[in-house]
Design a protein around this ligand. Structure first.
Ligand SMILES: [Zn+2]
Length: 492
């Protein structure tokens, strides 16, 4: 039984999809005005694990992750310039050129991190009509007002009949009372109101016609409009980073309730933040390190380059609801852990099983059960990793000849290791193709030498068999003769 922590109820709940066998999941995607940084990798990898595990459990999952290419203003107070338009003005580019460029870069980084593409990746700019329809519905229901060509959500009115602040736990009565003195400032009736539609200023390039003015939708509209279009008015999971709980997701709930009468989402899931020296890593805070910089090592805070899988492993080593503090030491430790896992996987291929092997299929079954239990407990990836590390210990004992395993036991152990490491945690052997292809050829050459040695021994050619063994030992190989043949490992 899968349990998911629901931010709305603040507890773990049994996961029961609205439609048996199917899951609809929406995750807030990136705003494409800059390179993806470590803070973007976390939700991408967190919900990639969720996506992979739900599919593994047999659900048919429709995973929607949007691209925000319009409407995200510099300050959360609906003031300031559109982030994408600002970047375009600075670099003399079409706004869509900027959005496309960074969308491509984002996809490239996601591919490197082995993050599966979502089922649908809608762009905000491609769904202006759907957003206008949403605004229309909210206006019709009386929860929004027009002011100088712009449309604002009437938070105070909404709060009288519905609870605004239930996701974030903010007490809006206090916020509303505190901001009442500011009434009449600007176009809003109240400082807590948020824009559903903004009239474009003459210099604003990104603009669309609407019944109210030529302008653009408010940032919160897109997720409500696009999730509704692709997942329906009610769907299972809505995810994103914790920093989106307020105001973004609070506003999404308000928009859904104000338009259709109830919230669309059954389970709200939020990943915690990545911090640098305890402070959130973010573009707007200017303390971020981009993924490309991690992969190349080209940043003053980085002591070395870190591969995409080291980053992925680093993120999965923490539960998604815990904070993760970036440091070189932590990443280096992740690299060692990942190496250990990959070495164990390679070693599994060299183990010679024995009919009378002491370890049977049960050990691997038990390992699988423990890992499933961890994932069923709100996707607890660090626990999965710790169980895999325990199994690495057994694998080393098998390689050292201190333990024996039956053929079925070995088959099942390989299967379980592959399922959790590759299919569910989504790790990739980075040596593959590059180094690993070479490692494999090199391993096979050693196997061949040991085969020649076995033949030499069988025909009592002791000179050849000793020579192979001695020279391999000198090169750092440890060759062990077992009754099922010789095994080897490289001790360096
Ligand atoms: Zn969103």
């Amino acid at each position: 039984m899968l349990k998911i922590y629901n931010t709305l109820s603040r507890k773990k709940e049994e996961f029961v999809p609205l439609t048996p066998g199917h899951v609809g999941m929406y995750v807030c995607g990136p705003t494409v005005y800059g390179d993806a940084h470590l803070g973007h990798a976390r939700p991408a990898i967190t919900f990639d694990l969720v996506f992979r595990y739900l599919m593994h459990k047999g659900y048919k999952v429709r995973y929607v992750r949007n691209i925000t290419d319009v409407g995200h203003l510099e300050h959360d107070a609906d003031e300031g310039e559109d982030k994408i338009a600002k970047k375009a003005r600075l670099e003399q580019l079409e706004p869509m050129e900027v959005a496309q460029y960074f969308t491509n870069r984002f996809h490239e980084a996601m591919q490197q991190l082995n993050v599966l593409p979502p089922s649908i990746e809608p762009h905000a700019s491609g769904h202006i009509l759907e957003q206008e329809a949403l605004v229309e519905e909210i206006l019709k229901n009386g929860f929004a007002y027009e002011s100088n060509g712009s449309i604002y959500f009437d938070v105070e009115k909404f709060h009288k009949s519905h609870h605004y602040g239930r996701l974030s736990g903010r007490n809006l009565d206090d916020v509303i009372n505190a901001s009442r003195e500011l009434d009449g400032v600007g176009e809003k009736h109240n400082q807590v109101d948020f824009a559903l539609w903004k009239k474009a200023q003459p210099e604003h390039i990104m603009r669309w016609p609407s019944p109210w003015s030529e302008g653009f939708p408010g940032w919160h509209c897109e997720c409500t409009a696009m999730s509704r279009k692709y997942l329906g008015r009610h769907f299972d999971i809505h995810g994103g980073g914790m920093d989106l709980i307020f105001p973004h997701h609070e506003c999404e709930i308000a928009q859904a309730v104000a338009s259709q009468g109830d919230d669309s989402v059954k389970y709200w899931m939020h990943n915690n933040m990545i911090t640098i020296n305890g402070q959130k890593m973010g573009k707007s805070l200017g303390n971020f390190i981009t993924l490309a910089q991690f992969f190349s090592g080209d940043h003053e805070k980085l002591e070395q380059a870190y591969s995409p899988m080291t980053i992925r492993f680093f993120i999965l080593q923490a539960h998604y609801r815990s904070t993760v503090d970036f440091s070189n030491a932590a990443l280096q430790a992740s690299k060692r852990g990942l190496d250990r896992l990959m070495e164990a996987l390679a070693a599994l291929e060299r183990i010679q099983p024995q009919q009378s092997g002491a370890i049977g299929k049960e050990m691997a079954d038990e390992l699988a059960q423990k890992c499933y239990d961890a994932l069923d407990d709100d996707f607890n990836s660090p626990i999965v990793i710790s169980h895999l590390f325990d199994a690495c210990h057994t694998i080393n004992q098998l390689i050292d000849g201190k333990q024996t395993i039956s053929p079925e036991g070995l088959e099942r152990l390989k299967e379980v290791f592959h399922t959790f490491t590759f299919d569910l945690l989504g790790l990739r052997n980075e040596a593959e193709g590059g180094n690993a292809g070479r490692e494999e050829s090199f391993g096979k050459a050693i196997d061949l030498l040991l085969e020649i040695r076995a033949k030499a021994k069988a025909s009592k050619d002791w000179e050849t068999s000793d020579r192979i063994r001695n020279e391999l030992t000198e090169l750092g190989f440890e060759v062990k003769d077992t009754k099922d043949g010789a095994t080897w490992k490289l001790n360096r």
